[in-house]
Design a protein around this ligand. Sequence first.
Ligand code: GLN
Length: 287
Amino acid sequence: MTEKICKMTIFEAYGDIKSQLKEAQIEDYVFEAKQIIKYVTGYTNKEILLNYTESLTDFQKDCMEAVLKERLKRYPLQYILGFWDFYGRRYKVGPGVLIPRQDTEIVAETCIDLIKDIKNPKVLDLCAGTGCIGITLAAEKQDSLVTLAEKYPEPIAFLEENIKQNAPENAKLLKGDVFEKIGSDEKYDLIVSNPPYVKSDEIAKLQPEVRFEPVSALDGGADGLDFYRFIAKEYKNSLKPGGRLVFEIGFDGADAVKNILERSGYKNITVKKDYYENERVIFGTVD
Ligand code: GLN
């Protein structure tokens, strides 16, 4: 059976999606329109350029409309597609798990740099979510052993899948609660966490897409610092001498988290910015 062809070309569809997204005030409308076209056609960037005068099939057109309908309600594109890329690898995502952000790539990059000269480093990723930080480390540093700790069943389902896809040899899942000191009975070269850090009363002010994401991955307590305080103090003994604690921080978190690390006795505290010039990573060392 031949597929029915609709009248709209790939080029026209791209233009149409772009203008609808723009009208809905979706910030990255050009990038997102391209992602939707790739998803609908199954083409790579290069294939799109080579075939942009081709017409969509009826099925592709229906698919495009279904994606747009959801997206225009500000439902996150990542949840609609069911996957998202982080540091060059593909991750399964969906409702119930925090979507990997590009800002977080600098956290992964910082960790890779900190462990690059250590032989068989042991790493713990707390509040792992999709696993994008810990899995990146495991995949980039193949002699490492990375433990990814996560409490909630929804992210755990994605995490298991993402480990299997991207780092099945040296990344392992550990189910449990940070506040019960999950994984703290071992010694690590590096502990990393992108914990929930939004202040409780600011959750309602976040952009519409973020409000479809799990509150448990965002809410860091009244001052947004609950996880930092607990992890800095309670996991300090789980670091080897010279071991590093690395945190992602929110745009205004550097001073407060620096204070917490200092008071907990960490040395050589360093803050790094992301690609958008926001302070995004902080780390300290234990003696
Ligand atoms: N960066 C997230 C945001 O956009 C917050 C993630 C977190 O709390 N760790 O709100």
